[in-house]
Design a protein around this ligand. Structure first.
Ligand code: SAM
Length: 312
């Protein structure tokens, strides 16, 4: 189907080996088509009723996350022009990106670490879920992105979140066995964001890039496990299709930590969700990886991989 798909040929060839049979065309078409716009009401600043009453467009609720909504692609601009957006009463975020904090499920009184946090969509979602003053630490290594994270947290009413400009891999030196919940929404090859009408979106994609990201992800997920307290929850996510960045990273950590970590099921009704792969090419994965979740693009949801682990 390449080159007419508009995506790099190697990407589409790989995708065909990752997806279940018969859905390559539909998946590629969804990535190329119009993309609905998701948003969350920022409960630190506004109520759902007040926001909805003032919005210039009708929004459809996401059934699995109170205060989260979707509007059709054509309504992006009115949403961006709304008072709610200007005042920080809403935060625009794809529904798939809202899944990891829901799977993390932080509770009041707990301590939470977001190990790769900028620009802060998921840190903010965690802050909304836990409420003002909650014990949340957000780490970001890239300086401009760190300051963007800080600006976003301040503008959205979450200035109390502790922020650290640091390589997440080093955090276990300071806070090993500490946090109740750790999110690692890892830097990745961002395959889900690739669009055929935007060559810049895949200008840096290559199989080598996928392998490079996988190395970083393995180190970050290892650090996340070390930072969690025994009994704590770790959520790993990417917006890539690549097994090297998803199942293989989790498999690596299962092998490193042995009985110390286990994958937990994710009870969330997401349309078109698939289990983690049982294997890929020559590699066979631990059977518990079927508890991980792959989300496929469908014009509303972007591609995502989410896995929830518990440290024993
Ligand atoms: N969770 C964020 C959100 O929802 O807004 C998106 C995170 S983005 C997928 C990954 C982030 O990790 C990038 O901002 C990147 O700069 C940062 N990063 C990359 N390597 C890192 C490291 N070693 N330690 C901490 N952050 C890192």
């Amino acid at each position: 189907m390449t080159p007419e798909s508009g995506f790099p040929e190697a990407f589409v060839r790989r995708l065909d080996t990752i997806l279940p049979p018969g859905i390559l065309r539909g998946t590629v078409a969804a990535m190329a088509g119009p993309q609905a716009v998701g948003f969350r009401v920022n409960s630190l600043k506004a109520t759902v009723d007040k926001v909805l009453a003032g919005l210039p467009v009708d929004a459809e609720p996401l059934p699995w996350l109170p205060g989260a909504f979707v509007v059709p692609a054509g309504h992006r601009q009115p949403l961006l022009d709304s008072d709610a957006f200007a005042t920080g009463a809403i935060w625009i975020q794809n529904p798939s990106s809202m899944i990891p904090p829901v799977v993390l499920a932080p509770e009041a009184g707990e301590s939470v670490l977001d190990l790769a946090a900028a620009p802060g969509s998921k840190t903010l979602q965690i802050a909304c879920a836990m409420g003002p003053g909650a014990d949340i630490a957000a780490v970001e290594v890239a300086r401009p992105r760190f300051y963007r994270l800080k600006r976003n947290l301040r503008a959205q009413g979450a200035a109390w979140v502790k922020t650290f400009h640091r390589d997440g891999v080093t955090v276990p030196r300071y806070r090993a066995d500490h946090f109740d919940r750790v999110l690692i929404d890892a830097p990745c090859s961002t395959e889900a964001q690739m669009r055929p009408d935007d060559p810049a979106s895949f200008a840096h994609w290559s199989e080598k890039k996928v392998r490079t990201m996988a190395g970083k992800q393995r180190r970050l997920l290892e650090a996340a496990v070390r930072c969690a307290r025994p009994g704590g929850v770790i959520v790993y996510s990417t917006c890539s299709f690549a097994p090297e960045e998803n199942e293989m990273v989790v498999q690596h950590v299962l092998e490193c930590f042995g009985d110390e970590v286990a994958i937990e099921p994710i009870a969330l009704d997401i349309p078109g969700r698939l289990p983690g792969l049982p294997g890929w090419k020559d590699a066979e994965f631990d059977g518990s990886l079927s508890r991980a979740m792959r989300v496929l693009p469908d014009g509303v949801y972007e591609a995502f991989f989410v896995c929830r682990l518990r440290k024993r």
